[in-house]
Each structure stands twice: as structure tokens, then as C-alpha cells.
Design a protein around this ligand. Structure first.
Ligand code: GLC
Length: 498
């Protein structure tokens, strides 16, 4: 019997794309579909694979806390706990015009930030899309592109009129370069490894600040690279600028990482730098690398192993690969492909579209989870429009439940990371705010609630004392504030060597 059409409509995706949707009852149609019972049985299996018990979470937190300590004690650890040379919190009175350049995961952004004091600011910005080729091509070329965009931005926004640069004026620039860099001083950073799928050649092991300066010289711009920062450090400082209860910053986006403020006396590996032990310094944890290579602590499924083995960096970023937006869609896709291979799903249909790695966007998980309709129209739309696949209601319910398992696991693991910093710093009793940013945190329905639930599973009722909130723009505003703090510090003659 042909499927009966019961109505049509359209839905707009987060990407702005509009897709047409036809509702129909497919339970009786002629394609062979898995029964409700089969899907329920499979779901039970995945539930046990992807669920993290509170006890398991506490074990992870314990190992995580030890790993953080190790990174502070010794150089070159897997979780490198990078000293950033950002000393203490902003006063809120930082003022002036600053440029910020943000090389994250997807876009390149140039911003002009005017800090007005009292925690206020204005920002003008332009975004440039990075191509896959640029991410893999030669590193110097990538920095040439950054300098070129900066040049265009300055010409467009500061060539004439109100914002025009005064003769002799030199603008301080904060460069947010969100990859692990070990820093000897604030305007230096040796790229330890690319993450998030980047692989530009001749860059790992080199000072990216020097490479960028070389590109900048070609344009003779009145700009001085004042600080090289990580997005998490920027987020920490920007969030504290507007909410002084902020003690930790986390990014849950294409990548996953955290920064927090540490006592210099508790960072033994920088003892030799002659910094006052009573001073405070932001630490970029690079926690995405937790459990890399050894895979001792995290509950990896075989899908996670495939994601890892087929990535451009096998063994690396083990924690990040279970959490970040770059990988969640791929994990779900691999489960679906297994069920296709086992002959459970989509029998008699052509599944080639779904068989392409990374084709299942993490945004689809968000959309499936937030589908408000009983028939799961959004899920129908995704599968018919993007993959030309027909689904039954039982299958769609299964897909949505699977998205929930994967999304929930990511949030609960994130809670483990936050809990490790909270335990290490003793913030549980007094409580603290955690500034959070990134597409997962901002767009995935229920992600923040699941992190909070996870914190309560770890700490009991006191877990309520730790609250995440949407962070200020760390890579733009944060970068500018750090450039301002650094300029003030250097003008005051403090720790000129770093
Ligand atoms: C990756 C990068 C890290 C960054 C994070 C979030 O983990 O290594 O530097 O902070 O992604 O963008």
C-alpha cells in the first residue's frame, strides 16, 4: 500500500536553509522497516554503552584532577596546563581602542573593540570564512590570509572618518589563536599540535606569533601584536569583566577546552621565571587532550575508537572527541551505519548519502532533540531532505533517543572536567560562575541543564553552587581586554620578560 500523505509544510534549519516536509504514516508501506520492538532492543544496548553513572563520573573527576596537577608540576605533559601570562583579573577600567583577530575553528574574525571602562565596550567586526584547503595548506599562507583580512578591515573601518587612525598611532592587537601553544611570554606561542581537524603544514613546533608578525610586515600596518591568547582565556577574562563571580571559562564548540585563574605558587613548572608566588595567572588547560594515547579513564565505545582512528590525529584529543561539536554527529552516523550493515535500518533503500564520513552534522542532533511534533516532522525532514531516506515513527524515535544519549554523555563528561577544576581550586563551598561559550553550549537544547545535572551527580546538592552562564565574547572582547591589561602591565614595567 502506498504511504498516505497527510499534509505538507516547511521548516527553516539553523543554517537558514528551508526544507519541505510531508507528513505521512509509513507503518504500513511496502518498504521493509525495523519493528518497534527491534528498535527498543537496540536502544537498550546503546543506553548501556553511552550512559555514565555518577560513580563512574566521580572516578573520572579524580583522574582528571590528578592530570591537572601533573600538568602544572611538569612541562610537556599530555594535558599541558599552559601558563598564559595573563596576570589576574581585569579591573573593569581598561580603556581604549584595540584590535582583535580570532582564528577559531570555522571562521576568521577581525574586530575593533573600544573598551569604555565600567565593564562597557563597543565592537565592530567582520567575519571571513576559512576554506578546508586553507586549513590544510601551508601555515605561512594561512597567516598571510589573516594579515590580508586585517589589512582590509583596517582600510575599510579606520581609513577615514571618525575611526581614522591618527598619525603615529599604533594599535595594540590581541590575537586569539585557539590551538594549544606553549608560551614563553605573552606575545609568543609555539604550536604544540593542531586540533579540530586543522593540519596546515610547517606550523607545528613553530612560534605562530612570529609567523603572523612576518605576514603582518608585508602590509606595513600600524599594528602591534601585544598578546597571543586562547579563546578560553579570552572567555575567562571577558566573562569576569561583566560578571566578577566568574572563576572558570569553558568552550563547547568545534573543540572543547577550559581556562581558570591559578596561584603562581601552585605552578611549580614556572618557578624559575621570577614571578611573585602570590601573583595570579590564567591557565589554559587544553583539557581536550585528557586521556589521549593511553585511553585509561574515559568510557570509549567502538564508535569513538573509529572516530579517533580515522581522524587526522589518531590518539590525540581523546576527551574532546567524545564531547565537541566536530564529532557528535559523526558518532551518531557511525551507529546508524552499523545498524545498516546489520540489516536493521533502511533495508531496500539506498544509503550512500549517509555513508559519507562527517556528513551528519551535529546541528542535526540539536534539531532532532528539539523537534516538538508527535510525528517527529523535523526528523523526517532531515532524513528525506539530506539523505533521501524514508523513516518510520519508531525509527525516528530511536534516532532522537540516540541523539539524546550522545548529547547527554557529552554534557556529563563536560561536567567532569568542570568538577575537576572546582575540586582542585576548592570552589565547591563558596560556589562559582562558569562562563561558557560555543555552539554546543549555545545551541544544543538542554546542554547546560545536563551539565548542571552532572555536577549534582558528582557533588550531590552542593553541585548547585556551580553555575554555568553564557559567556561574553572571549575571542573578541576578551582578547582586547587582555591586550589592554598587557599594555598596562608593560607600561608599568612589570615582568617585562614575559
Ligand atoms: C581545541 C583547541 C583549544 C581551544 C578549543 C576550543 O580544543 O585545542 O585551544 O580552546 O578547541 O576552541
Amino acid at each position: 500500500m502506498p504511504a498516505s500523505r497527510r499534509g505538507s509544510g516547511s521548516v527553516t534549519l539553523l543554517t537558514g536553509q528551508t526544507i519541505a516536509i510531508h507528513t505521512r504514516t509509513q507503518d504500513e508501506e511496502d518498504l521493509p522497516h525495523a519493528t518497534k520492538k527491534t528498535m527498543a532492543d537496540h536502544l537498550r544496548k546503546y543506553e548501556s554503552l553511552f550512559t555514565l553513572t555518577p560513580q563512574r563520573m566521580r572516578m573520572i573527576v579524580e583522574a582528571f584532577t590528578e592530570t591537572l596537577e601533573l600538568g602544572l608540576n611538569k612541562p610537556n605533559q599530555i594535558v599541558p596546563m599552559i601558563p598564559t601570562f595573563v596576570f589576574g583579573w581585569p579591573t573593569g577600567e581598561e580603556k581604549g581602542d584595540f584590535l582583535a583577530l580570532d582564528l577559531g575553528g570555522t571562521n576568521l574574525r577581525v574586530c575593533l573593540v573600544t573598551l569604555q571602562g565600567e565593564g562597557k565596550f563597543e565592537i565592530t567586526q567582520t567575519k571571513y570564512r576559512l576554506t578546508e584547503d586553507q586549513k590544510q595548506d601551508d601555515g605561512q599562507k594561512l597567516f598571510d590570509f589573516c594579515a590580508e583580512c586585517l589589512n582590509t578591515f583596517v582600510e575599510t573601518n579606520m581609513g577615514e572618518g571618525e575611526g581614522q587612525l591618527k598619525p603615529g598611532q599604533c594599535l595594540p592587537l590581541g590575537f586569539t589563536f585557539s590551538y594549544p601553544c606553549s608560551q614563553e611570554r605573552i606575545d609568543h606561542g609555539e604550536l604544540i599540535r593542531w586540533t579540530k581537524g586543522f593540519g596546515a603544514g610547517n606550523t607545528e613546533g613553530r612560534d605562530v606569533a612570529a609567523m603572523f608578525k612576518k605576514s603582518l610586515e608585508k602590509f606595513q600596518l600600524p599594528i602591534q601584536l601585544t598578546a597571543l591568547i586562547n579563546d578560553t582565556t579570552g572567555t575567562l577574562i571577558a566573562s569576569h569583566y561583566v560578571n566578577p563571580r566568574t572563576k572558570i571559562a569553558v568552550i563547547f564548540g568545534t573543540g572543547c577546552n577550559a581556562a581558570y585563574m591559578e596561584h603562581v605558587k601552585d605552578v611549580p613548572k614556572i618557578e624559575n621565571l621570577g614571578i611573585d608566588p602570590a601573583a595570579e595567572m590564567a591557565i589554559n588547560c587544553e583539557w581536550g587532550a585528557f586521556d589521549s594515547f593511553e585511553h585509561e579513564h574515559l568510557p570509549r565505545t567502538k564508535y569513538d575508537t573509529i572516530v579517533d582512528d580515522t581522524s587526522n590525529k589518531p590518539g590525540e584529543q581523546a576527551f574532546e572527541k567524545l564531547i565537541s561539536g566536530r564529532y557528535l554527529g559523526e558518532i551518531l552516523r557511525l551507529v546508524l551505519c552499523e545498524l545498516i550493515d546489520e540489516g536493521v535500518l533502511f533495508l531496500g533503500q539506498n544509503t550512500y548519502k549517509l555513508e559519507r564520513p562527517y556528513i551528519f552534522d551535529t546541528a542535526f542532533l540539536s534539531l532532532m532533540e528539539s523537534d516538538p511534533t508527535d510525528e517527529l516532522l523535523m526528523v523526517i525532514g532531515i532524513f528525506t531532505h539530506f539523505f533521501a531516506l524514508e523513516t518510520t515513527l519508531a525509527e525516528r524515535q530511536f534516532f532522537r533517543a540516540l541523539a539524546k544519549l550522545i548529547g547527554r554523555r557529552a554534557a556529563r563528561l563536560s561536567a567532569c572536567g568542570i568538577a575537576a577544576i572546582v575540586s582542585k581550586m576548592g570552589y565547591l563551598e563558596e560556589g562559582c560562575s562558569v562562563g561558557a561559550d560555543g555552539s554546543l553550549y549555545n545551541k544544543y537544547p538542554g546542554f547546560a541543564d545536563r551539565v548542571h545535572e552532572g555536577l549534582q551527580d558528582i557533588f550531590g546538592d552542593k553541585g548547585r553552587n556551580i553555575i554555568t552562564h553564557h559567556a561574553e565574547d572571549g575571542s573578541g572582547v576578551g582578547s582586547a581586554i587582555i591586550a589592554a591589561m598587557t599594555k598596562n602591565r608593560k607600561d608599568a614595567g612589570l615582568y617585562l620578560h614575559v
